[in-house]
Design a protein around this ligand. Structure first.
Ligand code: PHE
Length: 343
């Protein structure tokens, strides 16, 4: 028998037993290359066909084609079977039960201080005010001098102000924003500015070295004290309820004249007198007054033509009142069990 025929028979039977041993589609690819690749066993045998005589060629050629077709057919068939098996395996190992309930991420909430700032700002935005901002690291000139606070004023002591240099401090109030706004904007001016302020106080139930204020400033022609009173009344009622009254007590701030401290009806006892208001029936929440002519002229605004009022609201006080919190330190301790009450 012809040598090539023998080779072809041998290749066929070896291929069939190799095929039986296959486990993976990767092995199958290797097998295809070993037989049918450029340097594969069958390929090399077929290359020898050229040496055959004319008589031998048709029969041997036919056999060669049969073997090649067999190899191709069987490889395709087994390949499909292996791929199906592999897919099935993968699907089983990666099975996902989409009906299992998910893990609900805990939902956060705005901090009570943030909620209070938001609420107060909304009340004033509703009255046509816009929100202004200023830096917490402020020039001593803006925090004191230009607000008509004399060099001798006790609030300027190192015990009452955090100084960074002689000329720079952490603002002790939001009032320097008045200066920044007056300098940049032409009247009519109507702004509120919420922000942090700093004072070297030892923390206790009512003091914290960092706290928040909301500054308010209105400057226009013909602004009077009665505009201030009307504005603050509306603010107090929006925040503490319809029956809230305000009480103005004469006070002194160097940057307003006249000046007052403003109390609101005690939210705890409704005015009868209790431990929260120390029997007063009222609780202080802000300072206010008519903008001092020197503050206006110092920023290039003619006090003969324009007048205005300003106020500074204590945010923590307001928050503690609204949410019935008795110790300011609760607001800064990041105790989730405490904070989650104000969702
Ligand atoms: N800045 C004052 C304070 O911190 C409050 C205030 C603001 C008073 C505006 C009058 C006008 O006490």
């Amino acid at each position: 028998m012809n040598e090539i025929v023998q080779d072809l028979e041998r290749i066929r039977s070896q291929f069939l037993s190799d095929l039986d041993a296959l486990q993976t589609s990767k092995e199958l690819e290797d097998l295809r290359i070993a037989y049918l690749g450029k340097k594969g066993m069958l390929t090399s045998v077929l290359k020898g066909m050229g040496k055959l005589s004319k008589e031998e060629r048709p029969a041997v050629g036919k056999l060669a084609n049969e073997v090649r077709e067999l190899l191709n057919d069987r490889l395709d068939e087994v390949k499909q079977r292996l791929l199906d098996q592999e897919l099935e395996k993968q699907l089983q190992s990666e099975v996902i039960d989409v009906t299992i309930p998910g893990i609900r991420p805990p939902r956060g909430a705005a901090h009570p201080i943030e909620q209070t700032i938001d609420l107060i700002c909304r009340v004033f935005v509703g009255m046509g005010y816009t929100i202004a901002e200023g830096p917490e690291v402020e020039l001593v000139a803006n925090n004191f001098d230009r607000l008509n606070i004399p060099a001798s004023h006790p609030s300027r002591d190192e015990g009452d102000t955090f100084y960074i240099t002689d000329q720079v401090c952490l603002r002790t109030q939001t009032s320097p924003v008045q200066i920044r706004v007056l300098e940049k904007q032409e009247p009519p001016i109507r702004i509120v500015c919420p922000g942090k302020v700093y004072r070297p106080d030892t923390p206790d139930a009512t003091h914290s070295p960092i706290f928040h204020q909301i500054e308010g400033l209105v400057v226009d022609r013909g602004v009077s004290m009665s505009d201030l009173v009307g504005t603050l009344k509306l603010f107090a009622r929006e925040l503490f309820g319809e029956n809230t009254e305000i009480r103005l007590r004469p006070h002194h701030f160097p940057f307003t004249e006249p000046s007052c401290e403003v109390d609101v009806t005690c939210w705890k006892c409704g005015g009868k007198g209790c431990s929260t208001c120390k029997g007063e029936g009222f609780v202080e929440v802000l300072g206010a007054g008519m903008v001092h002519p020197k503050v206006l002229s110092g920023t290039g605004i003619d006090p003969e033509e324009f007048s205005g009022f300003a106020f500074g609201i204590g945010v923590e006080r307001t928050a503690m009142a609204r949410f019935n919190i008795d110790d300011i330190r609760n607001l800064y301790e990041n105790n989730m069990r405490f904070l989650m009450q104000f969702k």
